[in-house]
Design a protein around this ligand. Structure first.
Ligand code: GLA
Length: 700
């Protein structure tokens, strides 16, 4: 693309909108029926090659017509609709008239108005300098003065891949203890629905996907990927039709929900971001990581502290003296943040009571949290506190005072999960109470870090007396975002860790107001390798909380060496979560050394570029490189030994073939070409759960 080509342009004569990013072009053309149709998303093209008069945008045959940018429910369209509306007279769907465009600072809006009803839609696109990510969303407005319009579906965007010889879908599936498992399968000729009906993003699925033609690898091949920035229920429908087209439409809310759009009201969807890259899945991930850092995370340049969290060590059995003892041990290891987890408040001695009563439990913290917070600060660490502010135990003073605050349907039995119910933060008084409570906790106790948990999905989600009860699915999530934003604004320096029973609510919207996410309650390092692999498809390592805990692991029973546990956790934002009072002096010494090691490579792990590597014999690794290519850290893991063989050398494709590198620990020097094409000898220790950290520096 010539340097002076604007990033966003619209040609009214052709009805052609073109967005250029550094390595891609996206093009849309207004169809004869007024609906924006997809023309191109892929390698950079100039506008002239997009104005092919044979463009099928206007064909009246469904299979020939170009795909919609947001399919309305009218015309010869039989695939999944991105917009479904109902008017008071029973008419469904929109028929658009294109009403013009607006371009403003990298943002394009295509304005559509219904031909007969008071409904308008803005299809919005945004590109940012230096990024290949295209952000899209929709704003739907009731332009009339009376009555409401029922919205049965409002997606953020519909995306279309170009015609490919085949399609393969990559996405993430999982559960509690097994989040972010990468699934990569041929896309069936069918509609494939990825969704959460849980009110949270979900452990079982993530609103990210990637499409390729089945031949892309980690380093090579075209990949089209998208990510929805939403932390509640969502739905993405991927449609591969029999004539070989692949489109997908997605947005907030699951099927069956509806919202009443009131006169004058605009409903704005979350952003659904898309990225084309010709550089394989690794290239796609690096581009997403760069986007998350430059556009999503609130404070990406701050280092994530090495934290200690007491949950696996003490469970609900917390008190000032016991926590201070752990804090002293943690401080000696080089820990920078001490987090007090569940059990410190109300009548919370187990998970049956107390949620909602956010005052220190008198038997455990007779003088409140201040003695612990001050003690932690005196040890030179920041102080963090666990909260689960959206939830309530039925056995709590809060629920006894405000039973109506819980999400419920009066004529239905309320399902309790982990003995708790969800508070309806869509109610303004509940949002205000949650904000007030957290604001006070942070201010009164000098809290530097909140671990914000949400341990259950929504069920029987009603809002008695409210004329438009499904709104709670959107408004609850918005309230969570708003409270986090307010807390950050009012308490500069406060950091927030996102958590939902492990990695149940990790998405681009929660990361816009948190610093890292608790990846999984499963801290077994072998299981973590695949969890972290999936997490890294979209999110950077600095947002991936990873703890070293006790062995055998409390969940899997697996015994692993301390070094292996560290090496796996050092690939993210390192934390410690074991019962340090039971660690031997040798273990404490080794842990202190490894924490120090981590701090040396932290700038690379948290701010460098990540390359995922697969070696031989079940060996995998991640390679973190400084942006200027000078410093490199490689973490390699082999969970199980095979025949006692050393794995073959591991190739490092990210190195410069013309440069030389020194291993900072052994002093050996290598040519970059050798490391790229033959690989580095890993020289793993013998036995299972072998791992190694290798640091390389470019010479000259
Ligand atoms: C969830 C979190 C854990 C821990 C517990 C406390 O499961 O994921 O890390 O905070 O809640 O009850």
């Amino acid at each position: 693309m010539p340097a002076d080509t604007p990033a966003v342009a619209f040609d009214p004569a052709l009805g052609l909108a073109v967005l250029h990013t550094p390595n891609s072009t996206y093009a849309v053309r207004i169809g004869a029926d007024g609906s924006p149709r997809h023309l191109h998303w892929g390698p950079a093209l100039d506008a002239a090659s997009l104005t092919d008069p044979r463009s099928p945008a206007d064909s009246s045959f469904e299979d020939e017509a170009a795909a919609d940018e947001l399919a309305p429910q009218t015309g010869a369209r039989f695939g999944p609709a991105g917009l479904r509306v109902r008017f008071a007279d029973g008419t469904v769907g929109a028929q658009w008239h294109f009403d013009g465009h607006r371009i403003d600072d990298g943002e394009l809006r295509l304005r559509l108005v219904d031909r007969r009803y008071p409904l308008a839609a803005d299809l919005c696109y945004r590109v940012r300098p230096g990024s290949d990510v295209i952000e899209r969303w929709t704003e739907l407005t009731h332009t009339g003065e009376t009555g409401h319009i029922v919205i049965d579906r409002l997606d953020s965007a519909s995306w279309t891949a170009p015609p490919l010889s085949d399609y393969r879908l990559s996405h993430l599936v999982g559960g509690w203890f097994s989040e972010f498992q990468l699934q990569r399968d041929r896309l069936p000729v069918a509609e494939t629905v990825l969704t959460s009906r849980r009110g949270i993003t979900g452990h079982h699925a993530s609103p990210w996907l990637a499409l390729d033609d089945g031949t892309a690898t980690e380093e090579h091949g075209e990949v089209w990927s998208t990510a929805l920035a939403w932390s509640g229920s969502w739905r993405i429908t991927v449609h591969r039709n029999p004539v070989g087209r692949a489109t997908w439409t997605g947005g907030f809310g699951h099927e069956g929900l509806s919202w009443n759009l009131r006169p004058g009201e605009t409903l704005q969807t979350p952003v659904f971001a898309g990225l084309y890259t010709p550089d394989g899945f690794g290239g796609a991930s690096r581009a997403w990581h760069a986007h998350v850092r430059s556009q999503v995370l609130p404070e990406p340049d701050r280092d994530q502290p090495v934290l200690y969290n007491s949950w696996e060590a003490t469970g609900f059995d917390v008190d000032t003296a016991g926590q201070l003892r752990l804090a002293e041990l943690a401080a000696r290891l080089g820990v920078e943040l001490f987090v007090l987890d569940d059990g410190w408040f109300g009548a919370r001695t187990d998970d049956r009571a107390g949620l909602g009563d956010w005052t220190p439990r008198p038997a455990a913290f007779p003088e409140g949290l201040r003695p612990l917070a001050d003690g932690v600060h005196r040890l030179g660490m920041a102080f963090g506190l666990w909260v689960e502010p959206e939830m309530v135990n039925a056995d709590s003073d809060l629920f006894r005072a405000h039973p109506d605050w819980a999400v419920h349907t009066p004529t239905r039995d309320a399902t309790e999960l982990r003995n708790q119910l969800v508070l309806n933060l869509a109610r303004p008084e509940v949002e205000a109470w949650v904000h007030r409570t957290l604001d006070r906790l942070v201010a009164e106790n000098d809290v530097d870090w909140l671990k914000w948990d949400a341990n259950r999905p929504f069920t029987e989600a009603g809002w008695p007396g409210h004329p438009d009860p499904d709104r709670l699915w959107i408004d609850h999530t918005r309230a969570v975002h708003r409270i986090m934003d307010r807390l950050r604004t009012d308490h500069p320096g406060l950091r927030i860790e996102a958590c939902a029973g492990g990695g149940g609510r990790v998405d681009l919207a929660i990361l816009a107001r948190t610093d890292q996410a608790w990846t999984s309650d499963n801290t077994d390092p072998v299981d973590r390798i695949s969890i972290q692999h999936g997490f890294s498809q979209l999110f950077p390592a600095q947002a991936m909380a990873a703890w070293v805990t006790d062995s055998p692991n409390g969940i899997t029973g697996r015994t692993t060496p301390l070094r292996f546990r560290f090496h796996v956790a050092m690939a993210g934002a390192l934390g410690l979560g074991g019962d340090l009072t039971h660690w031997t002096p040798e273990e404490l010494t080794e842990a202190a050394e490894l924490v120090a090691r981590y701090k040396e490579i932290r700038p690379l792990v948290q701010h460098g570029e990540q390359h995922r590597l697969t070696g031989a014999g079940g060996t995998t690794a991640v390679h973190y490189a400084a942006a200027d290519g000078t410093e490199h850290a490689l973490l390699a893991w082999r969970p199980a030994t095979r025949f006692g063989h050393q794995p073959a050398p591991l190739r490092l494709p990210a190195l410069d073939g013309q440069a030389r590198y020194r291993d900072l620990d052994t002093g050996e020097e290598y040519g970059g070409a050798l490391l790229r094409h033959r690989g580095i000898e890993l020289r793993l220790p013998v036995g299972d759960h072998a791992s190694r950290l290798i640091r390389l520096r470019r010479l000259g």
